[in-house]
Ligand binder design. Structure first.
Ligand code: SAH
Ligand code: SF4
Ligand code: F3S
Length: 449
């Protein structure tokens, strides 16, 4: 009999991407054959995100569409953060869904699917604070860089955020297990790892902190680039900053979510830092890691955000000079403290939209100005994949700039030195500098070079 096929569609953050890789691994080890699309698959899983209402609406729409691809007897399951948040009510909302499984339930997937495939409708949304899926062999989507979860859950309680409710309490993997996975990644031919956690720099396995982890991963032979996402400003100890600065493989890029530039709003968000505290964190990073590039996340329209508060966000964005920012309109999430703030403080959608536009324009203008100054400079890039635009490859500098280079003479997964020849304002085009092999520039190089 042929093996049952499984297709997983992934929404949300890199943690979900990584979880989907684990689910594919688990199911492949249990007799399933991963397939590229939903048409005719025996099992379709949608790995969902609950961070904003928009993310959930997209999934609801998609669940409706997926019905078309289901052959008789096929199972449609919902996994991830929205599954955790809504639990069995999802089964009521969507009658063609027969499995709901939260982020800590993937060990039981084969058994749950046996049930669902024999006609049961099942929900598994218990948290398991010991669960790191250590014995799973992830089937990775990416052949160039590997997502490595080092921490699950979150112990912060930012008042707007659903993640602590969908992913439970913070727990870290053992350092040895992360190192073991990194060694496997190298054996599989990859040279870049991205360490994942909701507040990744608060990593602590009981014996080792994030500084120890960066050093241990840096010691794995064959790793050339280490990235991590997302750190919390309050968890940048001197030890961690020193490790970022001194482990040569750690790239000069920090994604440092800011959320707001107003101390008053930050306090109500329970971010546990002020405008000045955030700026101080940036100063410490820049002092220790020359040339470090910063990107961020920002929310506009949080309850009670005034025009003056928003202008403080704009001014901090300008002051810091982010390379890029993910910008969001506040989206109320059921059960989070922000939804209990007085209705009179709600920022209207029209005002939030207008602020979002101004914020995006400010981020773009700053990035464009800085990027124009970089034309003609040379950088080491790693080619990540074919670009959507024909005849080009998408490569990244250590400090996370996107550079499009011509396909000719370049290979996905290889390192080159490129000269930046043009910029759209946010991304670059580049030409490979043939007389300057990348390897000479990059190994081993102080993080500040
Ligand atoms: N753990 C990370 C962020 C995880 S969620 C951190 O603490 O920085 C990714 C981003 O989504 C957040 O940084 C925030 O900017 C945004 N976000 C989270 N909840 C949101 C909400 N309710 N409405 C709008 N944006 C939100
Ligand atoms: Fe959400 Fe805050 Fe935790 Fe990030 S740190 S996941 S924003 S609660
Ligand atoms: Fe979304 Fe869950 Fe990630 S809510 S952002 S998929 S942790």
């Amino acid at each position: 009999m042929s093996r049952p096929t499984v297709y997983i569609e992934t929404y949300g953050c890199q943690m979900n991407v990584s979880d989907s890789e684990l689910m594919y691994g688990r199911l492949a080890a249990n007799g399933y054959e991963p397939v590229e699309g939903p048409e005719g698959a025996d099992v379709i899983l949608v790995n969902t995100c609950a961070i904003r209402d928009h993310a959930e609406q997209r999934v609801i729409g998609r669940l409706g569409e997926l019905r078309r691809f289901m052959k008789p007897g096929a199972v449609l399951g919902v996994a991830g953060c929205m599954a955790q948040r809504l639990g069995p009510t999802l089964l009521e909302k969507a009658r063609h869904v027969s499995l709901v499984v939260g982020p800590d339930g993937y060990r039981a997937l084969p058994a749950l699917l046996d049930g669902a495939r024999s006609g049961e409708r099942v929900t598994a949304t218990s948290f398991d604070l010991e669960e790191h899926y250590e014995d799973f062999a992830p089937r990775r989507f990416d052949k160039v860089k590997a997502w490595i979860p080092v921490q699950r859950g979150c112990d912060y309680r930012c008042t707007y955020c659903i993640v602590p409710y969908t992913r439970g309490a913070e727990r870290s993997r053992r350092l040895d297990d992360v190192v073991r996975e990194t060694e496997q990644v190298v054996r599989d031919g990859m040279t870049e790892v991205v360490l994942l956690g909701q507040t990744v720099n608060s990593y602590h396995d009981g014996a080792h902190d994030f500084a120890d982890l960066l050093r241990a991963v840096g010691d794995v032979a064959g790793i050339r680039r280490i990235r991590f996402t997302s750190p919390h400003p309050n968890d940048f100890t001197d030890r961690v900053i020193d490790a970022i600065a001194s482990v040569p493989q750690v790239c000069e890029h920090v994604h440092l979510p800011m959320q707001s530039g107003s101390s008053r709003v930050l306090k109500r968000m329970l971010r546990r830092y002020t405008r000045e505290g955030y700026a101080e964190c940036v100063r410490r990073l820049r002092d220790a890691i020359p040339g470090v590039n910063l990107t961020t996340d920002i929310i506009v329209g949080f309850p009670g955000e005034t025009e003056a508060d928003f202008e403080e966000t704009l001014s901090l964005v300008q002051e810091i000079g982010f390379e890029d920012a993910y910008t969001f309109k506040f989206s109320p999430r059921d059960g989070t403290p922000a939804t209990r703030m007085p209705a009179s403080e709600t920022v209207s959608d029209a005002v939030a939209s207008e602020r979002l536009e101004r914020l995006i324009a400010t981020v773009r203008a700053g990035a464009r100005e800085r990027n124009l100054r970089l034309l003609g400079t040379r950088h080491e890039v790693l080619v990540e994949r074919e670009a959507k635009r024909g005849e080009m490859l998408m490569a990244r500098t250590r400090d996370f700039k996107t550079v499009m280079i011509p396909v000719e003479g370049a290979t996905v997964g290889a390192y080159y030195t490129v000269e930046l020849t043009g910029t759209s304002g946010s991304t670059f085009t580049g030409a490979i500098v043939r007389d300057e092999p990348a390897r000479r520039l990059s190994l081993p190089m102080a993080a500040s070079c």
